[in-house]
Structures are given as C-alpha cells and as structure tokens.
Write a protein that binds this ligand. Structure first.
Ligand code: PMM
Length: 273
C-alpha cells in the first residue's frame, strides 16, 4: 500500500493542519509568507500530531481576487518541498493542475482541490496520472462570485448530488475511488445558516460512503456562537470537531492541532462500549 492510500485506512478522525502561505487568507493571511516561518509553522503543526499539512497559496475567502499560477507556485513550492524533505505528509490546496503536478513531484501526497475539478479542466486527468490522494470539495464558483451562488431548495441534498457528480467525473478521469476524499465545503457558496444545515446533515454527507474532510475552523459561520472575529472562533471550532468525530469524519482541516486531537479522543472514548 502506498503512503498516500494508507492515509485513507479506517481510523480516528485525522487532523489536517492549515498552512496558508498567502498575504490575504481570512484567518492566517500574511503570517507565513516567508519560507522559513511557513516551514517552522508546518513542522510545529506536524509535531503536535497533524496527520497532514495542507499548504495553500491562493486565498479562497469570499470576494478574494485570483493570483496567477506563477505566483501561486512561487508561494507553495518551496514550502511543500522543505516539509516533504523533513518527512511531513503534505497536501497542496490548489485548483490548478500545474500547481498540483509540481507539488506532487516535490513530495506532496494529497491534492486538495476546493473546486472538485471544476476550476481547471486538466485537474482530474492530471491527478489520475499522479496517483496521489484527491480531495474534491463542493464548489460552485470562484471566491469573487460564490456568495451569489448560495441558492438551494435543500442544501444537504444538493451538496450530496453535486459531490456525487464530482465522484463520477473523477472516476471517469481515472482516479480510483480508494484515492478519493470528499468535502462539503463549509462557507463555499453557502451562507452561515446553510453551512450549519450541512453540518446537521453530516449523516447524509457521510452516507455517500467515501472519506469526508470538513473545514469549519475559524469560519464566519461560527460568528453567531463565537463573536469577535476569526481568532475568537477556535473553541467553537474544536466543539465542531467533537460532533464530526462522533459521526465518523475522516478528517478535519484546522488552524490549531492539539485541541482538535483532544476532541477526537473524547469522541473515541464516548464511542467505546
Ligand atoms: N477551506 C478553505 C481553504 N481550503 N479546503 C478544503 N478541503 N475544505 C475547506 O473547507 C477549505 C479548504 C478556506 O479556509 P482557510 O482560509 O482557513 O484556509
């Protein structure tokens, strides 16, 4: 079994540490823009127990402008390379096939595509050839327009249907189902209330039958329960991890690691008969 597929074997909910090397991400934008600081933060998250470090070079916050592929690569490639050299399992958070391919060549074992293959027509065939794990997130359009696309009759049913379409497209392109992870995309083309509906619909999302990654950490949907901006949302983010771990989530994508591992451990104890 390859290291990449071993990531997907059944087990407790994995904690995926977020490392945004962007000047403008909503929570950690600007904090890790130089390679040294970014690498040390990635190593620290891994040392705390993150299974994977997710390196992103393009902000996806609502309204964010796109950057070109060259800028994105310049941001992520040195960090992915250095972390992989240190033995850290790295995922690259990108919607671009070219960035995905260069990062996997540099040692990344997962491509985390918030567009689920919709942003770049080359992405799915590229990932099929790379043979890495692929995270396909629910997405309806780039950040500049996504909030206009937050219209649903039944948000959970539509997210499930649209994720199933992505599974079909990915497998048609040659990505084996045992390399696929799905993500319902909290906050992406969803209002805060719709994101809470999706969280309540966890059983339907997990019912698809593939591993599911969730990204609630510090998101705006938490504002009603934890007002005060992104930095004030960590405790609520951890509470959500307990809920997701109790429902068998494959992973949670988070800004802090140790408290989420504690939430996963609590969920594990509660499930023991
Ligand atoms: N959220 C963000 C970026 N990448 N990837 C996945 N798979 N799921 C998410 O929910 C997700 C993501 C935006 O959050 P950030 O700015 O804190 O990274």
């Amino acid at each position: 079994m390859t290291a990449a597929v071993a990531l997907l074997t059944p087990g407790p909910t994995r904690v995926v540490g977020i490392l945004n090397v962007t000047p403008d991400s909503f929570s950690d934008g600007g904090r890790y823009t130089d390679v040294e600081t970014a690498v040390s933060h990635g190593l620290a998250l891994a040392a705390e127990g993150a299974t994977l470090i997710d390196v992103g070079g393009e902000s996806t916050r609502p309204g964010a402008e796109r950057v070109d592929a060259g800028t994105e690569l310049m941001r992520v490639l040195p960090v992915v390379t250095r972390l992989a050299e240190r033995g850290v399992a790295v995922s690259v958070d990108t919607t671009r096939a070219e960035v995905a391919a260069r990062c996997v060549d540099a040692g990344a074992v997962v491509v985390n595509d918030v567009s689920g293959g919709l942003a770049d027509p080359e992405m799915l065939t590229t990932v099929a050839a790379l043979g890495c794990v692929y995270v396909a997130m629910h997405w309806r359009g780039h950040s500049a327009t996504m909030i206009q696309r937050a219209t649903y009759d039944d948000v959970v049913a539509e997210v499930v249907d649209e994720l199933l379409d992505r599974v079909k497209a990915a497998t048609r392109a040659g990505i084996e189902p045992d390399r696929l992870v799905l993500d319902p995309g909290l906050g992406f083309a969803k209002t805060g209330d719709q994101s809470w509906d999706v969280l309540r619909g966890v059983e339907a999302i997990h019912g698809i039958g593939l591993p599911v990654l969730w990204g609630a950490s510090r998101k705006g949907m938490l504002d009603p329960v934890a007002p005060g901006g992104p930095a004030a949302r960590d405790d609520a983010s951890v509470a959500i991890t307990t809920w997701l771990a109790m429902h068998g989530a494959w992973g949670v994508r988070t800004h802090t690691v140790a408290p989420h591992l504690a939430a996963v451990a609590v969920a594990g104890r509660l499930e023991q008969s």
